[in-house]
Design a protein around this ligand. Structure first.
Ligand code: AKB
Length: 313
């Protein structure tokens, strides 16, 4: 990877990915794009292009001008938002992905796009979910992710596009709050712990989901993209996770720093239903074996850095 174009660069992952890639490959070698202009001071006044991922001609025009060797396609609606407007989610998530894959094929680009634990469903084994297993999700987001994984396999086999991906769990970050995800409670809880000393969770007390700290997620993307292609057997997406946690566990960890932190519950049936359809804990063995996935943050360390960073904002 030397020159990279990113779609959805203002999203939760895109924002930090852009900063990290600039640091690593140089500002002139990274072109972030999104449907709207950046407000973030770190992104303003630097190379940036407006791109609606539904417009393939514009995507190809930008690629033809910038001449990247890699495209990272991050633009997508998350699970809860997609469930509110499934038709629109199909248009953005699948339309955008097809355009990005076609662009990669035309310009011979390396390709990255994230899948998700949302690509699994109620009939998937819940514990130690294997890399290759039943994928019959019951959300539009999940349907998009499974179709996306299959498309990545197809473009690799049929057209030789160097497709790579991971099934991200919930990602926890203090830089940019997520929007419209089922796992968002795990970010909000830290901000509210410091803002008001209490949090009302929309996810039930003992509902476990996989999570990962954002630094580990960005490291995983870079490591996977830099891996020798011959090492990679799976071209759809790799299971990656650093911890399986529930709201009660996060609250207990926060109380080590803020002893009177209070947690109560107002469970949202839609997001709770989505969470219950997902695995409790996926198995990341293949990612570790094939390209050295090696997360550094567990719940304890993540809680320390989250609280410290939000306090210093
Ligand atoms: C969501 O909750 O929709 C995302 C995801 C796990 O893909 N964070």
């Amino acid at each position: 990877m030397e020159r990279i174009i990113i779609t959805g660069a203002l999203g939760q992952i895109g924002t930090e990915l852009t900063l990290k890639l600039r640091e690593k490959y140089g500002e002139e070698n990274v072109l972030p794009t999104d449907i709207k202009a950046p407000e973030d001071e770190n992104l303003k006044g630097r190379p940036f292009e407006i791109l609606d991922v539904r417009e393939m001609d514009r995507m190809k025009e930008l690629v033809s001008e910038f001449k990247p060797d890699t495209i990272m396609h991050m633009a997508a609606l998350l699970s809860a938002t997609a469930e509110k407007n499934p038709q629109f989610a199909w248009e953005i998530n699948m339309g955008g992905l097809m355009n990005a894959l076609e662009t990669a094929r035309d310009f011979n680009l390396k390709f990255f796009t994230p899948s998700s634990i949302g690509a699994f469903g109620p009939s998937t084994p819940k514990e130690n979910t294997p890399q290759v297993t039943i994928q019959r999700p019951t959300t539009m987001y999940g349907v998009n992710k499974v179709a996306g994984e299959l498309l990545c396999d197809y473009y690799f086999e049929k057209f030789g596009v160097d497709t790579r991906g991971v099934r991200f769990p919930g990602l926890v970050s203090h830089v940019k709050e997520p929007g419209g995800g089922t796992t968002d409670y795990a970010v909000e809880i830290y901000f509210e712990a410091l803002r008001s000393g209490r949090y009302t969770s929309f996810i039930g007390k003992s509902t476990n989901m996989d999570m990962m700290y954002m630094d580990d997620a960005i490291d995983a993307i870079i490591k996977l993209m830099e891996a020798d292609p011959g090492q990679l057997t799976d071209r759809n997406a790799f299971n990656v996770s650093a911890m399986s946690i529930n709201p009660e566990m996060v609250a207990n960890e926060i109380r080590k720093h803020i002893p009177d932190f209070e947690l109560d519950y107002e469970v949202d049936p839609v997001r709770q239903g989505i969470a219950e359809s997902w695995p409790n804990a996926i198995d990341s063995t293949e990612a570790k074996r094939q390209w050295g996935f090696n997360p550094q943050y567990d719940l304890e360390k993540m809680t320390e850095v989250m609280l410290e960073a939000i306090r210093n904002k």
